[in-house]
Design a protein around this ligand. Structure first.
Ligand code: SF4
Length: 620
C-alpha cells in the first residue's frame, strides 16, 4: 500500500506538536493518502535530561553540531574533525556557549545518548512500509533529519526522501538537494497543494513531473521548481491533527512531565512586513503575504483541540497579532467561559482598551517586538514603532496582568555608544515593567533586508556563522547557500559594542533579577482632586528600594492623569486650558511636564508624553 511517513526530529521542542505535520496528515487524509507522523524528537527528549534537551533546542546551532558529529564527524563519515575539543582548540569555547557562559556535557550526549537514539529510530519504525518519508525541517532539525534520512536510504534504497520546512526555503533547499544525494525532493513554502500533488505523481510513476514549489534530483542533476507554490486560502487549511504527538508523549512517559502548548494559526504572513519588513527579519518575500483565517473558524479550532486533548494552553504561530483581530477574533473569545490561555506575538502598538480586551479574551502572554529602547535605533531597525508606544504597551500589560516577553538587541548597524548612554539613563525608570528576556547581538538572517541589500545598511560583508564550519564539510556544502545565520562587518566600524554594552547588559540583568521577586513598583491611585504615587524604582536616590510616596495635585495631577495614554503637547495644552476656563496655560503646562519628566514620572518623545505609573485601579 502507498503510505507516507512524516517525521519530526530533534532538537525541536518537546512542548508542542508540529503544526505542519498535523496539517499535512489531514490534507493527505482528504486525498485518501494514508500518512503517519513519527515524533522522534519526543523519543530523544525522553531518553535524556528534559531540561538539557530544551536548552539545546533553544540554542540556534548547537543541536545541529551535535548530530553533525554523527553525520560528517568522527562518529560518521570522518569528513570533519568536529569534536568539542577540536572546535574549542580552533575557535575557542565561546562557540559552544549556551548563553552566560553555560556549557553542558556535549561529549557525553554525542557518545552515549545519540548512538542508541539513532539506532532506535531505524528499528522502531518499519520504514520499508513507507515508499515516501517526509521530514519537516525547521530551526535545528536539519542535520538530525539528514542523518536519519541517510540511514534510511542506505537500508531501503528505493524509499523516496522529501524535505519541507523553513530550512529548505529557496536556495537552501536547492543546496540541500545538491549536497546530500540521499534527499530526493524538497517542497518549498506552503505544501497543502504541492505535497499531495507530488505524492500522486510518485504513486503513478511520474517521478519528475513538475509540481509548483517542488524541486528534485534527477540522476545527479538538481531540477529546481519551475514555479512557486500557490498561496493557500486560509479557509481551506484543515485543523491540525496532533494525535500522534500526544500519543508519543504517553508512550515515552512524558505526558505528566511536559505541559503541552497547542499551536494554531490565525494568519500567515505579516501585515507590517508586507509594507516595510523589519531590517533584521528573515522571513522571505512570499511568506510575507498577509492572509487571515476567519475568526469564527479560529475559535472553533481552539475549542475542538481543547476538547480533544484536554489542553487549554495555546500558542499562535502568527508573526504579529493583526489589528483586524480586534473586530474579527477577540469578541468571540472569553477566557472566563472557555478557560483558554493564548500566546501571541505582537507589535508594541497596543492601547489600554486593546490590552484589556486581550486579557479578557485569554490572550495573557505576548511576545512583543520591542527590540530597542532608543527611537533612533528603532528607526534604523525599521520597526515602525517608537519607544513611547512600546512603553505604553508594556505599561498596559503590567496593568492588566498580561505577561510580556521581549528582546533587547544591540550591534545594530549605525548604533553608537551614545545611544546606549541614553538607554542607561532611561532604564531605572522602567524597572516596574516587564524586563527583556534576552539581550542579544543582531545577527544577519538570510532573506532579511540586511541580507538582500547590505550596502544600504552600511554592511561591508557577511559570512555564515562560524559554527557552521564545524557542522558541514566545506568541500561538500556551499555554506553561502545553506546557512541561515550570518555574522557581518560594517563599512565604517565604530566602537566595538563589547566596550559599551556591558553596563547595559548588567543593568538589564539586575532588572530581570528584581522582576522575579515582583518587588519594584511604581503605581498611581486617583484620589479626590489629586493623584497618589507609590514608587520604589531604583532612581539613584538612596536608600534605593525604600518606597517613596508623592502627591500630585492641581495642574500636575490633572496632566499626569490625562497622560495615562500617550498625549501630544497641543492635546495637553488644550486639556489644561479647558480645565482653566479657556485661559492660556501653555507656559505652566510646559513647566509641569518638565517637572514630571525630570522626576521620571513621565516619558517624553518628540513632544508626546506618557505617564509611566501603573494604575492600581484601572478604569476599563
Ligand atoms: S520582525 Fe515581525 S513585525 Fe517585523 S517584518 Fe518580521 S514578522 Fe513582521
Amino acid at each position: 500500500m502507498f503510505r507516507v511517513a512524516l517525521v519530526n526530529m530533534p532538537w525541536i521542542t518537546a512542548k508542542r506538536g508540529s503544526m505542519a505535520l498535523g496539517i499535512l496528515e489531514r490534507v493527505l487524509h482528504r486525498h485518501h493518502i494514508p500518512a503517519e507522523s513519527f515524533y522522534l524528537n519526543i523519543r530523544l527528549a525522553a531518553s535524556m535530561n528534559l531540561k538539557i534537551y530544551e536548552t539545546i533546542s533553544d540554542a540556534p546551532l548547537i543541536g545541529e553540531w551535535l548530530f553533525a558529529q554523527h553525520l560528517f564527524g568522527p562518529y560518521g563519515s570522518g569528513e570533519l574533525d568536529n569534536s568539542a575539543a577540536a572546535v574549542i582548540s580552533r575557535d575557542g569555547p565561546e562557540l559552544l556557549d549556551l548563553g552566560r557562559g553555560r556549557r553542558i556535557g556535549f561529549d557525553g550526549i554525542v557518545r552515549d545518548i545519540l548512538p542508541p537514539f539513532i539506532d532506535d529510530c531505524l528499528e522502531r519504525v518499519p520504514w520499508s512500509d513507507f515508499p515516501v518519508v517526509g521530514f519537516t525541517s525547521v530551526f535545528t532539525q536539519h542535520v538530525s533529519s539528514l542523518l536519519l534520512a541517510k540511514r534510511i536510504k542506505e537500508r531501503h534504497p528505493t524509499t523516496l526522501i522529501v524535505f519541507g520546512g523553513a530550512n529548505v526555503a529557496g536556495v537552501m533547499g536547492l543546496e540541500t538537494l545538491r549536497a546530500f544525494p540521499w534527499v530526493d525532493y524538497v517542497v518549498e513554502g506552503e505544501a497543502e497543494e504541492s505535497f499531495p500533488q507530488l505524492l500522486r505523481n510518485i504513486q503513478s510513476g511520474r517521478l519528475y513531473d513538475p509540481v509548483p514549489g517542488v524541486s528534485c534530483r534527477r540522476d545527479d542533476r538538481v531540477i529546481p521548481a519551475r514555479e512557486q507554490p500557490p498561496l493557500v486560502d486560509m479557509r481551506q487549511v484543515p485543523i491540525p491533527d496532533y494525535t500522534a504527538y500526544y500519543r508519543a508523549l504517553q508512550e515515552e512517559g512524558l505526558a505528566d512531565r511536559v505541559r503541552p502548548l497547542i499551536q494554531f494559526e490565525s494568519a500567515r504572513g505579516c501585515y507590517w512586513g508586507e509594507k516595510a519588513q523589519c531590517a533584521f527579519c528573515g522571513m522571505n518575500g512570499r511568506r510575507m503575504t498577509f492572509r487571515t483565517k476567519p475568526g469564527r473558524r479560529v475559535v472553533r479550532e481552539l475549542r475542538v483541540q481543547a476538547r480533544r486533548h484536554h489542553t487549554l494552553d495555546f500558542e499562535a504561530v502568527d508573526n504579529a497579532f493583526a489589528p483586524s483581530f480586534f473586530d474579527e477574533l477577540v469578541p468571540r473569545l472569553d477566557c472566563r467561559r472557555d478557560g483558554l490561555k493564548i500566546f501571541y506575538e505582537a507589535r508594541g502598538l497596543m492601547t489600554r482598551q486593546q490590552i484589556r480586551r486581550l486579557r479578557d479574551a485569554g490572550v495573557c502572554n505576548l511576545q512583543i517586538g520591542i527590540e530597542s529602547l532608543h527611537p533612533d535605533l528603532l528607526r534604523r531597525l525599521r520597526k515602525g514603532t517608537t519607544v513611547i508606544q512600546n512603553l505604553q504597551t508594556l505599561k498596559w500589560c503590567a496593568t492588566f496582568g498580561v505577561s510580556v516577553s521581549w528582546n533587547f538587541l544591540f550591534g545594530i548597524p549605525g548604533e553608537t555608544a551614545a545611544h546606549y548612554r541614553e538607554i542607561m539613563d532611561l532604564l531605572p525608570s522602567l524597572t516596574h515593567l516587564d524586563p527583556p528576556q534576552v539581550v542579544a547581538r543582531v545577527i544577519l538572517q538570510r532573506y532579511s533586508p540586511y541580507f538582500a541589500d547590505p550596502e544600504r545598511w552600511g554592511i561591508a560583508g557577511f559570512s555564515p556563522k562560524r559554527l557552521y564550519t564545524h557542522i558541514y564539510p566545506d568541500n561538500r556544502v556551499n555554506l553561502r547557500d545553506l546557512a541561515y545565520h550570518f555574522s557581518f562587518t560594517l563599512r565604517q566600524e565604530g566602537e566595538n559594542p563589547a566596550t559599551y554594552i556591558g553596563p547595559v547588559a548588567r543593568a538589564i540583568q539586575h532588572w530581570k533579577d528584581t522582576a522575579l521577586l515582583r518587588f519594584i513598583h511604581f503605581t498611581c491611585r486617583k484620589g479626590p482632586g489629586f493623584v497618589l504615587l507609590k514608587d520604589n524604582r531604583p532612581l539613584g536616590r538612596p536608600p534605593d528600594s525604600e518606597e517613596r510616596t508623592a502627591v500630585l495635585d492641581g495642574l500636575a495631577g490633572r496632566v499626569f492623569e490625562f497622560c495615562e495614554s500617550i498625549r501630544t503637547l497641543p492635546e495637553i495644552a488644550a486639556f489644561a486650558a479647558a480645565g482653566n476656563g479657556g485661559a492660556n496655560t501653555a507656559a505652566r503646562v510646559r513647566d509641569v511636564l518638565a517637572e514630571l519628566v525630570g522626576r521620571n514620572y513621565m516619558y517624553t518623545e518628540r513632544n508626546r508624553y506618557l505617564s509611566l505609573a501603573v494604575p492600581e485601579f484601572p478604569t476599563s
